[in-house]
Design a protein around this ligand. Structure first.
Ligand code: WT7
Length: 536
């Protein structure tokens, strides 16, 4: 018919067969409470919610914010919205007042689904667009609706049959400059979700996938929900904050077969020692993949040693909506590489004019347009959307990369922090990498700063491992360490010792915040900053 709905393909379709429909689709664990949903239960619950919302008149063209603590209600709400053709935006439960205010003003949602514990955090001045406040559990004050009332609603709701380009979800992602942007994705992304889950994550109907990203981070939205369900696989969601023992227990208890994680998680597990993983049984694990930042050779070999499986790095971004580069389960992996393009995806390294560059040349990572899960817009900002396209055919990612003779890509940092040393371009990543090799260094972030016409200096921020204290001597030692390894010409003038580095919730060092601090400027939106409490 030319009309689609992702919920039909991901959930309802399986319910046409009783055995398939009875299969577990979602396993949610939080504070030792495990709640499991079959495809039939997901269909039933999301239909009841959709019915309650449809009675209020919500449908295509409307937007709903999902602002909930960890729980399967987030996933039910995503499905109920998609079923109705309503654009949903999952928000991190930890967003602060300003961050919430910006999002409400920017997207002007007609409805919000929240929780009694979070409702007071909503910014009253900025929720003018909201007609309907729903609470995931009751009782609800007068002007609100509790989802408990959906329990007596009909258990079916036919999906709205929409054009493939109909908006599905909206996620805010920080740029290196300016406020965060609302990336809009559409129902047609499902083609990319399905194929990438099969090729890059090795999913089949027998798989039990654990994607350990927050549902408000694109990795959690896509690979914690839609992608596994399109493959009729089970998705495990762990709602507890990070602890190494919780992570190992989750892998064992739910008999995870595919684990999609991040280098940050791997580093934290490694920091908790070699002893702990020996006490658990990971024999069901068949594939481990990683995303979000460079998977260092150290992290690569640590995983290999402790799980008996090599981790497979993948590359993509909120804007691409699906995995674009991967080390595939079926082909050799290269430690340090992000892998090769998914079948049908064309990736190149381009120069400033959008011209593809030969192998082993540094340039900007670019993707030939279009591809199935390409974003359909930046909410309310067509100019910003256009600015991604270097030429009509190349989507410029802002990441720097090199491709080798075998077609494997290597990440070289973001394009905004590159410095020139002699006639060579050097990224902050190389400097950080050297610092990481020094025994005193726990984390390192390097930024390039203009210090006058044509003069750029690098400043490194470093947090130290236990047992080391900041000193002028250690400072000098680290400077020498970097220059000896890279080049005496590296204009690294200073190492600043800090207790912790500003990071996104997915573990990327926020160089933007370091730079802003350096310039005495406000650091902009930090909604994707990791909260200190969670930083093991
Ligand atoms: C940025 C996008 C869920 C998608 C990933 C996060 C960086 C992503 C890698 C990797 C080095 C990586 C890039 C990209 N990044 N994967 N394998 N190696 N860097 O999506 O939060 O939108 O961030 O993450 O710099 O531009 P995101």
């Amino acid at each position: 018919t030319g009309r689609v709905n992702i919920v039909h393909e991901a959930v309802d379709r399986w319910c046409e067969d009783e055995t398939q429909g009875a299969k577990t689709a979602l396993i949610h664990e939080r504070e030792d409470r495990v709640r499991a949903f079959s495809f039939i239960e997901l269909k039933r619950k999301s239909s009841q919610w959709a019915n309650l919302w449809a009675e209020r008149g919500l449908g295509p063209g409307d937007r709903m914010f999902i602002f909930l603590p960890p729980g399967p209600e987030i996933h039910l709400a995503m499905l109920a919205c998609a079923r109705l053709g309503v654009l949903f935006s999952p928000l991190y439960a930890s967003l602060n007042y300003d961050e919430l205010e910006f999002r409400f003003r920017d997207a002007g949602p007609r409805a919000v689904l929240t929780h009694p514990d979070l409702i007071e955090r909503l910014p009253p001045e900025s929720t003018g667009s909201v007609e309907f406040f729903f609470l995931s559990q009751g009782p609800a004050p007068e002007e609100m609706w509790t989802m408990d009332r959906a329990d007596d609603r009909p258990e079916t709701h036919e999906p709205a049959w929409v054009d493939p380009d109909t908006p599905l979800y909206l996620l805010y992602t920080s740029g290196s400059t300016g406020p965060p942007k609302g990336v809009v994705h559409a129902h047609r992304d499902m083609v990319g979700h399905l194929v990438t889950a099969q090729y890059a994550l090795d999913l089949s109907p027998d798989s039990v996938l654990w994607t350990d990203g927050d549902p408000a981070w694109v990795t959690g939205t896509v690979y914690g929900a839609f992608a596994p369900w399109l493959c009729r696989a089970a998705s495990v969601v762990q709602g507890d904050p990070f602890a190494a023992s919780t992570w190992y227990r989750t892998l064992e208890r739910h008999r995870i077969s595919v684990w999609y994680t991040t280098p940050m998680t791997i580093r934290r597990l490694a920091a908790a020692g070699q002893d702990l993983p020996r006490r658990y049984d990971f024999s069901t694990l068949g594939h481990i993949a990683s995303v979000g930042e460079t998977l260092s050779p150290e992290a690569f070999f640590w995983v290999k040693q402790n799980f008996g499986l090599a981790p497979h790095d993948t590359w993509w971004m909120t804007e691409t909506g699906m995995i674009m580069l991967a080390n595939f389960p079926a082909t050799p992996t290269k430690p340090g590489s992000m892998g090769r393009p998914l079948p049908g995806v064309e990736v190149a390294v381009i120069d400033a004019l959008g011209r593809p560059q030969p192998v082993l040349t540094l340039g900007e990572l670019a993707i030939r347009t279009p591809w199935p899960a390409m974003m359909v817009g930046i909410w309310g900002d067509p100019d910003r959307y256009q600015s991604y396209f270097r030429t009509e055919e190349w989507f410029a990612t802002g990441d720097m990369a090199v491709r080798d003779e075998e077609g494997y890509f290597f990440h070289q940092g973001r394009n905004d922090d590159l410095i020139k040393v002699g006639d060579k371009l050097l990224g902050p990543y190389e400097i950080e990498n050297v610092l990481h090799r020094h025994p005193a260094v726990r984390e390192a972030g390097a930024i390039a700063m203009a210090r006058g016409p044509g003069r750029v200096e690098v400043k490194a921020y470093v947090s130290l491992n236990p047992g080391y204290t900041p000193s002028a001597r250690l400072n000098q030692e680290l400077l020498t360490f970097v220059k000896t390894d890279l080049s005496a010409e590296v204009p690294l003038r200073e190492v600043k010792f800090v207790a912790a580095l500003p990071k996104t919730r997915s573990g990327k060092i926020l160089r933007r915040v370091l730079r802003a601090g350096e310039l005495g400027l406000p650091s902009g939106d930090t909604s994707r900053l990791e909260d200190d409490a969670g930083d093991g």
